[in-house]
Design a protein around this ligand. Structure first.
Ligand SMILES: [Zn+2]
Length: 300
C-alpha cells in the first residue's frame, strides 16, 4: 500500500514534470523557433526580390550602354554631315570669288601669297614648269591654296600641235607637282582658255577634242568669267577697276577671276581688290571638289 502511494506520487510528479517541460518546449518553440522560420521565409522572399532587381539593373545597364553606343554613332554621323554642309556653304554661298593665278610661280608669287594670308583668303594657282616651282608649290600647299595645272611649257605652237603633245606637256607639269607636293591635281586651265583661236594655226578642232578628252581622263577644266586683263597690259589701277567694276555688276554665284602671278600689276592691285570685294559682300574660295566648272564656248 505504501509502495503504491509512493508510485502514484512519483508518477504524478513525473507527469507534472513532463507537462511542465512540454509547456516550456512549446513556449520556446512558439517564441523562438517560429519567428526564426518566419524570418528565414521573409529573408528568402527578399532575396528573390533582390535577384529580380539585380536582373532589372543589369538589363538597364545593358540598354544604357546600347543607347550610349547609338548616341556616339549618331554624333559621328552628325559631324560628318556638318563637315559636308560647311564645304557646300563655302561653295554655294551666293557671291563667291575664285581668284585664279596663271603662268607662275614667279618672283611675285610670294608677295601674292602674303597678301592672301593677310586676309586669310584661299585661291587657286594654275602653275607651269617655272624655275621656282619646287619651293613655291610647297608654299602654295602649306598655306592651304589649291594647286592646279596649266601645262609645263605654255608654248601654244607645241601644246596645240597635237592631242598627244598637249597631254605629254600636261603630264610633265602634273608629275612635277606630284613630286614636289604629293598632290595629283585634277584641275586644269587650258593655255589661252578653251575658247582660244590661236590653236587654229596649229591644229584644227583640237580644242573640241581636248575639252572632251580632259573629262574622259577625269580632269575638270576651268575658264573664267572676269578678266583682270593683266596679261593684256593693264596697270594696277586698271586691273583694280576691271575686277571691282565687273564684281559690282555681277549677279553670278561663281565669279572666276583670271589673273597672272607673273604680273607686277597683279601683285600691286591685289590688296585693294580683296579689300573692296569684301566690302561688296563677297566671300572667297579656292577651287575644290564641289566647284562647278566654268567654261567658255569652244571656237576651234
Ligand atoms: Zn596662261
Amino acid at each position: 500500500m505504501k509502495n503504491k502511494i509512493v508510485f502514484l506520487i512519483l508518477s504524478l510528479i513525473f507527469i507534472v514534470t513532463i507537462s511542465i517541460t512540454a509547456i516550456f518546449v512549446k513556449k520556446i518553440y512558439q517564441e523562438k523557433i517560429i519567428p526564426v522560420n518566419e524570418k528565414i521565409a521573409i529573408y528568402e522572399k527578399l532575396e528573390k526580390k533582390e535577384n529580380k532587381i539585380d536582373k532589372k539593373i543589369q538589363n538597364e545597364i545593358r540598354e544604357s550602354k546600347n543607347i550610349q553606343k547609338q548616341t556616339k554613332e549618331n554624333q559621328n554621323t552628325k559631324q560628318e554631315l556638318e563637315k559636308k554642309l560647311n564645304k557646300y556653304q563655302v561653295t554655294y554661298n551666293k557671291k563667291v570669288i575664285y581668284l585664279t593665278f596663271d603662268d607662275g610661280p614667279s618672283e611675285y608669287t610670294m608677295d601674292i601669297l602674303n597678301t592672301l594670308d593677310k586676309y586669310n583668303i584661299k585661291a587657286t594657282f594654275f602653275v607651269t614648269c617655272s624655275d621656282n616651282l619646287e619651293n613655291i608649290s610647297k608654299e602654295i600647299i602649306k598655306r592651304g591654296h589649291t594647286i592646279a595645272l596649266h601645262t609645263c611649257t605654255h608654248k601654244y605652237s607645241y601644246v596645240y600641235s597635237s592631242d598627244e603633245a598637249y597631254f605629254e606637256d600636261l603630264n610633265n607639269i602634273s608629275n612635277l607637282v606630284y613630286k614636289y607636293t604629293g598632290i595629283k591635281s585634277k584641275y586644269v586651265r587650258l593655255p589661252g582658255g578653251s575658247s582660244n583661236t590661236v590653236s587654229r594655226a596649229y591644229n584644227l578642232g583640237i580644242m573640241s577634242r581636248l575639252s572632251s578628252s580632259l573629262h574622259e581622263k577625269g580632269y575638270k577644266y576651268y575658264d573664267w568669267n572676269i578678266d583682270s586683263n593683266d596679261a593684256g597690259g593693264a596697270n594696277s589701277e586698271q586691273e583694280y577697276s576691271n575686277v571691282i567694276g565687273a564684281l559690282q555688276n555681277s549677279d553670278r554665284d561663281i565669279n572666276m577671276v583670271l589673273m597672272h602671278d607673273t604680273k607686277v600689276s597683279t601683285k600691286d592691285s591685289l590688296d585693294g581688290i580683296i579689300k573692296d570685294a569684301l566690302n561688296l559682300g563677297y566671300t572667297f574660295s579656292n577651287i575644290n571638289e564641289y566647284t562647278k566648272e566654268v567654261h567658255h564656248g569652244i571656237n576651234n
